[in-house]
Design a protein around this ligand. Sequence first.
Ligand code: ADP
Ligand code: MG
Length: 373
Amino acid sequence: MSRRCTRCPRDAGAPATSGRRHSMAEAILEVRDLVKHYPLTQGVLFKKKVGAVRAVDGVDLDLAAGETLGIVGESGCGKSTLAKMLVQLEQPTAGTIRYQGEDITRLSGRALKAVRRNIQMVFQDPYTSLNPRMTVGDIIGEPFEIHPEVAPKGSRRRKVQDLLDVVGLNPEYINRYPHQFSGGQRQRIGIARGLALNPEIIICDEPVSALDVSVQAQVINLLDRLQSEFSLSYVFIAHDLSIVRHISDRVGVMYLGRIVEIGRDAEIYDHPTHPYTQALLSAVPVPDPEARAHRERIILYGDVPSPANIPSGCRFRTRCWKAQKRCELEVPLLEVPAVFRAGEGPARHPSACHFAEEKHVVPTEEELGGGPA
Ligand code: ADP
Ligand code: MG
């Protein structure tokens, strides 16, 4: 049974939700104020720095052992950059990533290698992330070249065949090449490779976005099964709230390099408090025709601002129907409420909106800025 998180006051009196394993255990990954800015330069020969692309701009998150944290946001909001920092493929500009209590952002040599073994990644596009000239056996077994202690040479073939079996592929396919597989099968190969070193955490960066809808569920079910089988923790990235719904214990919504709302999946799906989440949710497909007929879409007008030119105050204010002067001046923080207020039930989940406490009312077209001029 998982322990309750002593560092997370929200869990103190909260009832355990039914169904999925829950995020009550100690955090194995703690991310604080994580930033990745890419310099924006001008000129060909003498590159002059003229600004910065603020791809990730102050992310805080915790991942508990055995949980799945979904991260959702539109293309370009910094999800992959965040993922790459979590697996040490990108060096953060600032901030800390604590893995089992130790900051891993400045590690090198043997210590870095050990951490990398435990935090693996499954990439978005199984068509480009697998080397077409390598056999499946070599692709899945490649991590053993760096970590021979996990599988000594003589046992590798057997180990790769076991991994193929675990992800639902025929072990006899070991000598085939990636082009001989379908998209879903290729993603299974990517997952087998991610599992090879027996990691604790897998960062899944849009693992099903490049796949046909018909195979998306199969790959998600596989990840779900592997999580129980190997006691894995996942950060599961998607651009659509409907994809993470069935696999996530908690969901964080990202906008322009920051998490703007985070909570247990029921809190996010049933009681979203950030206007951006409300808009995203209003676009999620609803299977029930009755509910679909009564659902009101919130269509956001205007483009997402450039991460090189993020609005002052609340970064969502340029597209928000609730925006007021305060939103221009004051950055809304994503604060974890310290205590449950007596008699009021659980305090609200963290939401970076000055007006998160307000009742959600579907805005009119005019309020959204797309109505009659
Ligand atoms: P997502 O995965 O959510 O689509 P990314 O993390 O890939 O977003 O990108 C976030 C922002 O950072 C985008 O504006 C992207 O163009 C920019 N970006 C990503 N990688 C680089 C890089 N290596 N150099 C400059 N800008 C980058
Ligand atoms: Mg991406």
